[in-house]
Design a protein around this ligand. Structure first.
Ligand code: GLY
Ligand code: MN
Ligand code: MN
Length: 437
């Protein structure tokens, strides 16, 4: 993504903030996995959104209208000893030349520089509670200003939640963002094709996971979230990430796997028979979930509200469960009583973007938000039939989810993951179709 995109975002947020304001964003910290081992570094999404700067120990500052420059970056200075181990750092000079900062300082100088800038502003935009250590430092600077309280330095009058403004901006994807999301979708679709084609009874779930990871790494991307690959009863565990068991003929396998490209996620689920043939019960439930998926996608268009796709999916799923005998009664009453939730206990989707469960309010003033062009959401109805005595044996342990990523367009929607087969016959044709090793 080019630097103009990030400059445009900074201008947009600064227009919303207005003069007399300052926004302060700390970078994500490095997190320890165990002893000397760290988790792979992932920048905080808000920080990346405004800066494209992907190092820890950094603080971004926006001050609309500041004569000496509106975008300041504090970051690590050069340290040849550390760089010998960890690789090159951006340094303040690089922050100016490569990241568009008007001024940049060593992070060690922040106590000397930042309070003086805060002291010239009336309003501080900040996301409280995300990084308690940094919250405490900021409060320390504010207290110092209050105690000093002289000359042109004063304590800001207002603290405002930065995420309200920023997350509203992030909800509407630009052309560059949509193109990154399409790339994440393309690679994720290729990975699903590869895994579905490679699937054989007797494989383990982690071997199927490896097919996804192979496709991701050869495209220089990482999973956007922990892959879920569950055969049989494991497909009914919504966040099953152990991926440890053997895949057995006669079972379904549910794989919820998507990659992150340039900080943008895909989130994709397919469910298929391990041996390439649905049983009649699996096929009946698959077709219900697919019909719910199609009905929900029909509702994704400008003017519909956030909950319309979910309502449509619930209607189709409940009617389907009555048809096959897993629920008894009048569908509208079963919906009103929430009876379908025994088998479909999650919502039909969420916003998608830099975060898999992306930011943005689902309601505005207590009303479901209207869908508008540029918003991206998942559509992911499912059915999960528990292993319960009052359910006939042939239905038990069937877990099915079908998940696609959908962009709201001016006149409807575009399914970003549409290249991945979804009809039961197409899924059967693809399953196990790769030549054996
Ligand atoms: N992969 C997480 C979800 O589908 O929401
Ligand atoms: Mn999802
Ligand atoms: Mn998912």
């Amino acid at each position: 993504m080019n630097s103009k995109e990030f400059a445009r975002r900074r201008r947009a947020i600064m227009r919303m903030m207005g003069k007399g304001s300052i926004a302060i964003l700390p970078a994500a910290p490095v997190r320890t996995r165990n002893r000397d081992v760290e988790y792979p570094y992932r920048q905080d999404s808000d920080f990346h959104y405004l800066t494209s700067f992907d190092e820890p120990d950094a603080v971004a500052v926006l001050v609309p209208g500041r004569a000496a420059g509106e975008f300041l970056l504090f970051c690590r200075g050069s340290d040849p000893d550390r760089e010998l181990w960890d690789g090159r750092r951006a340094t303040p000079a690089g922050a100016v030349s490569d990241y568009g900062a008007a001024e940049a300082f060593a992070i060690d100088a922040i106590d000397d520089v930042l309070p003086g800038i805060i002291g010239q502003c009336e309003r501080v935009y900040y996301t409280m509670g995300a990084q308690p250590d940094f919250d405490a430092r900021l409060m320390g600077w504010i207290n110092d200003l209050r105690e000093a309280g002289s000359g042109d330095q004063h304590t800001p009058d207002e603290f405002v939640a930065l995420d309200h403004l920023l997350h509203d901006l992030r909800l509407y994807k630009s052309r560059a963002e949509i193109s990154a999301m399409k790339k994440a979708a393309r690679i994720s679709v290729a990975a699903h094709r590869r895994a579905i084609a490679a699937c054989r009874p007797g494989m383990h779930e982690y071997q199927l996971e490896a097919e996804y990871l192979h496709e991701f790494r050869r495209n220089a991307v990482e999973p956007a979230y922990q892959p879920i690959v569950g055969g049989g009863a494991n497909g009914c565990v919504l966040h099953y990430v152990k991926n440890a068991d053997e895949l057995r003929a006669g079972d379904l396998v549910l794989a919820d796997v998507g990659c992150e490209y340039d900080c943008y996620a895909a989130d994709v689920t397919r469910t298929w028979p391990v041996d390439g043939r649905f049983t009649p019960e699996q096929r009946a439930l698959y077709d219900i979930v697919l019909a719910a998926h199609d009905a929900a996608i029909q509702q994704v268009r400008p003017g519909r509200h956030w909950n319309d796709p979910h309502d449509a999916a619930v209607q189709v799923i409940t009617a389907g469960l009555v048809r096959v005998g897993l629920l008894k009664g009048e569908p509208q009453k079963l919906i009103a009583d929430g009876k379908y939730r025994r088998f479909f206990m999650h919502r039909t989707g969420h916003w998608l973007g830099m975060d898999v469960h992306d930011v943005g309010d689902y309601k505005v003033s207590d009303h479901w938000r209207l869908l508008e062009p540029g918003m991206v959401l998942t559509v992911e109805p499912g059915l999960y039939i528990p292993n319960a005595r009052n359910i006939p044996a042939q239905w038990r342990n069937i877990g099915i989810r079908i998940e696609d990523d959908v962009l709201v367009t001016r006149d409807g929607n575009e399914v970003l993951t549409a290249a991945l087969p979804v009809a039961a016959d197409d899924i059967e044709a693809l399953a196990g179709s790769a030549a054996a090793d």
